[in-house]
Each structure stands twice: as structure tokens, then as C-alpha cells.
Ligand binder design. Structure first.
Ligand SMILES: [Fe+2]
Ligand SMILES: [Fe+2]
Length: 280
């Protein structure tokens, strides 16, 4: 039996009424269909079959394995990422379907990273169970209470994540073919995510430049990767990532912030608030 909408408490329904025009939603949905069709054609991979698990090198630097665990922990917050972002976009089909598909792709990342940690002998299954339990003792919270800010944040975060995996792969230096393949596959997924969310921000900029810039300023000024404040030992883990030269503020500025500004056709002037001229 279909539920009677009037019987559903307001808080359980869309707490974020649609702000996009039908044209914008239809552009977003078309972008999602293109993304999905391409992913089905070119990017699907299998955790069990597409990684050379018989070529796991247990001799990898333990510091590299620890960063693999850090990234795995961040990926493990998937239930929070989905359950908190979906209500923001439940009545926007393109964005809601994207979150469902994005969740499937992200779910494989923690599986592959965890499998590598166990198969390479750097962690036991028991240890990984404890890691997962520890992760769920904390809860990821939405950083921005606005669906437009969320998509901008996700754009920054996905490109940052791609670079984290790319640079970890470079540090690992191909000494473990299994890890190399895991990081390559995950990195390619993250690049596709970053590209899709950038495309979305471009659509929003065209549709409502001022509202999008307002949220862009907010996110650009307050951006932080989840690991820092989310994980119990986040500060130590972020410091380890910096020490290995995988990701830091400089990488963010030069390889995330600046290229995204450029690709979106934005300048510093766009990030300055317009002065309100008082009426004479
Ligand atoms: Fe991921
Ligand atoms: Fe991603």
C-alpha cells in the first residue's frame, strides 16, 4: 500500500525543497545518464577478478599500508555519506540516482583496500573488523546544510581524493602489483566522480551564477578533507599523509583549487563578495 503523504511527518519528507528549474533538473539527469552509460561501458571492475591478488607484496613499507588503512577508513563512512546527502536531493532525479550509483562505486573502494591490507598480511581480518567498528563509533555530519554547497564540496573532495590515490600509488612505486592495480582502479573512479561533480557545478553556475558563487565562496573558504576531524587519530593520520608528500595544502591549491577555478571559468574577482551600495 502506498503511504499517504499527508501522514508522513514533514521532517521525514524532502527537507530541502527543489530550487532548480525543470530545465536544470533535466540537464542534470541527462548528465547523469551520460555518466552512467559511460561507466557501464568502460569503467566497471570486479574486486575479486580484476586485481592480481596472487601478486601481493608483504614487504611494502608499513607507513604505506597505514595510509591505505586511513583511506579505507574514510571510505567506510559510506552509510553516513549516503544517508545524509540523499535527503538533500531526493526530489532531483539526476542527483539522487547519481548518489545511488556513486555509493555502489565507493563501496568497492573500501572492499578492495581492505582486501589488500589482509591479503598482503599488513592487517588481520580481526583487526579490520575492529577498524570498521571503530569508524562507526563516530558519525560523519553534513558539512553544509545546502544541496548546492554539498555538490561544490563534493567536487573539491573527489578531485582531492583522486590525487590522494594517485600520489599514494607513486609513493608505493609499483613494488606491489596488487596494490598498484587497486590504487589505479580506485583513482580512475575518483577522477570520474570529480569530473561529474564539476560538470554539475558548471550547470548550476550557468543556471544561477550568483547563488552558486555564494556557496562556492563558502566552501572554498572552509574546505577540509574528512579524515582530519572525523577519524579518532585523524591528526596523526593527516600528518602521515603530509609527511609522505601525498597530499597537503599546497597540492590542494595547485592541483585542485586552481585547476577547478580555471575549468569553471572563474577568477579571483568572482570570489570577492560584491559590495552592497546603499540606496541614495
Ligand atoms: Fe572512493
Ligand atoms: Fe569518489
Amino acid at each position: 500500500m502506498a503511504p499517504n503523504p499527508s501522514a508522513i511527518p514533514r521532517s521525514a519528507m524532502a527537507s530541502y525543497p527543489a530550487t532548480e528549474s525543470p530545465e536544470v533538473r533535466s540537464r542534470i539527469y541527462r548528465a547523469y545518464r551520460d555518466y552512467f552509460d559511460k561507466a557501464e561501458r568502460k569503467r566497471r571492475w570486479n574486486v575479486r577478478e580484476d586485481i592480481p591478488w596472487d601478486q601481493c607484496n608483504p614487504g611494502i613499507d608499513p607507513a604505506v599500508a597505514d595510509v591505505v588503512q586511513t583511506f579505507c577508513m574514510v571510505e567506510l563512512y559510506l552509510p553516513d555519506y549516503l544517508s545524509k546527502q540523499l535527503p538533500q536531493v531526493r526530489d532531483n532525479r539526476g542527483r539522487a540516482w547519481m548518489l545511488a550509483n556513486w555509493g555502489y562505486e565507493e563501496s568497492k573502494h573500501s572492499l578492495a583496500l581492505e582486501d589488500w591490507l589482509v591479503r598482503s598480511g599488513h592487517r588481520t581480518e580481526k583487526q579490520m573488523e575492529q577498524v570498521a567498528d571503530g569508524v562507526f563509533e563516530r558519525e560523519w555530519q553534513l558539512r553544509y546544510n545546502h544541496p548546492l554547497a554539498s555538490v561544490i564540496y563534493t567536487m573539491f573532495q573527489e578531485l582531492s581524493t583522486q590525487l590522494n590515490y594517485r600520489n599514494l600509488r607513486a609513493v608505493a612505486g609499483g613494488r606491489c602489483p596488487a596494490l598498484d592495480k587497486v590504487l589505479e582502479l580506485v583513482m580512475i573512479d575518483e577522477a570520474a566522480h570529480a569530473q561529474f561533480f564539476r560538470q554539475l557545478v558548471g550547470i548550476y553556475l550557468e543556471a544561477d551564477r550568483e547563488a552558486t558563487l555564494e556557496q562556492f565562496r563558502l566552501v572554498a573558504g572552509t574546505f577540509a578533507m574528512p579524515a582530519d576531524h572525523l577519524l579518532a587519530d585523524g591528526h596523526r593520520r593527516v600528518a602521515e599523509v603530509k609527511a609522505l608528500k601525498i597530499f597537503d595544502e599546497q597540492v590542494f591549491y595547485v592541483e585542485v583549487f586552481q585547476p577547478l577555478m580555471q575549468r569553471l571559468g572563474l577568477t579571483r574577482a568572482d570570489l570577492r563578495r560584491k559590495k552592497v551600495v546603499p540606496a541614495a
